[in-house]
Design a protein around this ligand. Sequence first.
Ligand code: PLP
Length: 400
Amino acid sequence: MQSNSMLIIENYNKAGVLMSYLFPTYNKWPIKVKEANGATLTDIEGNNYLDFVAGIAVCNLGHCHPAVNEAMKKQLDQVLHVSNLFQIEGQEDVAKLLVSNTSGDAVFFCNSGTEANEAAIKLVRKATKKKKIITFFQSFHGRTMGSLSATGQEKIQHGFGPLLDGFDYVPYNDCSALKEAVNEDVAAIFLEVIQGEGGVHEASEEFIETINELQENYNLLVVVDEVQTGIGRTGKAFGYQHYQLSPDIITVAKGLGNGFPVGALIGKAHLIEAFGPGSHGSTFGGNPLAMAAAKATLEIIFKDDFLQSVVDKGNYFSTKLTSMLETSLIVKGVRGKGLMVGIECDQEVNGMISSLRTNGLLVLNAGPNVLRLLPPLTVTIDELDRAIHLIATELNKVPV
Ligand code: PLP
């Protein structure tokens, strides 16, 4: 009798799928990257690609940024890892940078966005002694069981139940539905201020005002997931800073280490007691190498003139894209903030993504009908112009 693994491998071959030692959890592109610099990726055949994916909003300073790489090389030769039993100087430095640029007062370090959100769910429950958390349809908060339960998309949760109890999903930007869902039992409202994976949807001013009212009237916690919108992506240090909002908890990862895995939860002072010694932890969270990458990254991105350059380039990009796509028969609109831009089409965008890739531009989708553009924040005007030209050429083709 054959073993299960033999059967699986045989099935792959019959389906014509390339045999691999990896679980096929990702639909991979046919590109092997040899090296990368700034906004350019070079494959093993020597082809160059303009990278408007940036590791999915990770390499905000571009690939191989010299200051980040130098800081990591220096740290690597001193000490790569010690556990959280030790004082790690870099943690205080990075935490200070995060706290002085947010509404928070203290930081917990971890390794990814989903872990930052797991920490947030645990902290909310411990601090409020309540379990009900409101999140939104089309949100994305991660793949581990807590953050998957927070994610308001059935297709991502499918097959993994039973999920964590206590999550209620509400339509995004629907103020009356949100008011109706909130009562004394609610511990927290958990949101992205721009839904990234869900289609680049921005929160309306009215929606944020409603959240503020509810925060005050029900004494509930507001948790903002800044995993994609944080670290300068939208032209502010954090996306929530475009609004009058004072989150109790902010979660961050992706751009924090410019490519080195690191995540963080930033929380207000009144939550510090609930995360006392022994309450939560991570072996790797905040290790010296991660802190070297994060410190070098934040010291550049959290400068006013750097953030202003993101605003200026974002305005240039969106305005020019909007005008070049005005006559497109398939484009419904261009939206987003800073260098987090979505182009909504009236049809699926997968074919366009492949065609743009063939022409040397790497972009993503956000849901089936939205092209998502996340260039490094260091992208040049010339690179933006090249991307605009390729996108306009692709999207202005007369659909068959
Ligand atoms: N939250 C948001 C808003 C995200 O966009 C993502 C990833 O795309 C996550 C959480 C999960 O982050 P990670 O993949 O680092 O676990």
